[in-house]
Design a binder for this molecule. Structure first.
Ligand SMILES: [Zn+2]
Length: 264
């Protein structure tokens, strides 16, 4: 969880205004991130494709929490194996997250469970919590659950790689900049989910229609539906998921150097 840190750098603002052509001073709509390693420059970006481990999905029975858990547990193991190997290649230390499944809202990470929240990642105790509510248990057969799990795992990757901490320390001049940074962080987690799914895709018994269905679900899930500008527009969420998927590598997931429209 981030809290806004509104740092006013009026001196830099006025200097920037001096060198801009007249009329352009108010044209700035984005907030570039310059030289904020490990956000902009992480060894993860240059460590190549994820290892492409074999990761078969077990059959899953709709309506059964036990079945959904035994469907997800081997997928957690696949994520552990893939990211352990990737961090080793990047010469970064890694530790697996804890993963907890719950079926009813409960207090987690020191907060009450939010309405319509499917999953969270607690960065302080490195734990993924997935809500197996009636909706997902009733219809667990598409790629949605795997995407949710891989996205939260993406946050764990950001945390262990030091990106989470770097984001917490990143100053923002106003709310718009704060939200843009939050979107870069969220869209990166979705891209990392895509990279993992792309890397194990040959071993999943899925077809192009399944993938298109997930992209469509992402398009429907954007900030347009929540009214809060913290995750990105649906088309951008789908775009970053697909970029990661096609590259099967975090190399596609440097949202920190992307133009503002890509992270809108
Ligand atoms: Zn997220």
């Amino acid at each position: 969880m981030r809290t806004p840190s509104l740092v006013l750098v009026s001196l830099i603002f006025s200097l920037a205004a001096l060198v801009l052509p007249s009329g352009a001073a108010t044209a700035q709509t984005g907030y570039p991130i310059a030289n904020a390693a490990p956000l902009t420059r992480s060894p993860l970006y240059t460590a190549g494709r994820l290892p492409g481990a074999s990761c078969a999905e077990r059959p899953v029975k709709a309506g059964s929490v036990v079945s959904v858990k035994s469907y997800l547990t081997p997928l957690v193991k696949c994520l552990d194996a893939a990211w352990t190997a990737q961090f080793a290649r990047a010469r970064l230390p890694f530790a697996k997250p804890r993963v907890t499944f719950i079926t009813k809202p409960q207090r987690m990470c020191g907060s009450n469970w939010g309405k319509d929240v499917q999953a969270i990642y607690c960065n302080t105790d490195r734990r993924i919590v997935l809500m197996l509510d009636r909706d997902v248990v009733g219809d667990p057969g598409d790629l949605y659950l795997l995407d949710v799990l891989a996205h939260e795992y993406g946050h764990h990757v950001q945390n262990v790689a030091g990106m989470w901490r770097a984001l917490d320390r990143l100053p923002s001049r106003n709310k718009a900049e704060f939200y843009e940074q939050t979107r870069r962080h969220e869209l990166q987690a979705e891209c990392l989910a895509g990279a993992f799914i792309g890397s194990v895709w040959p071993s999943l018994d899925r077809d192009a229609g399944d993938w298109k269905e997930l992209l469509d679900a992402d398009r429907r899930s954007g900030d347009e539906s929540t009214g809060v500008r913290d995750h990105g527009k649906g088309r951008n969420i789908a775009n970053w998921l697909n970029r990661g998927f096609k590259a099967a590598s975090p190399s596609a997931c440097n949202t920190w150097i992307a133009g503002s429209s890509m992270v809108a």
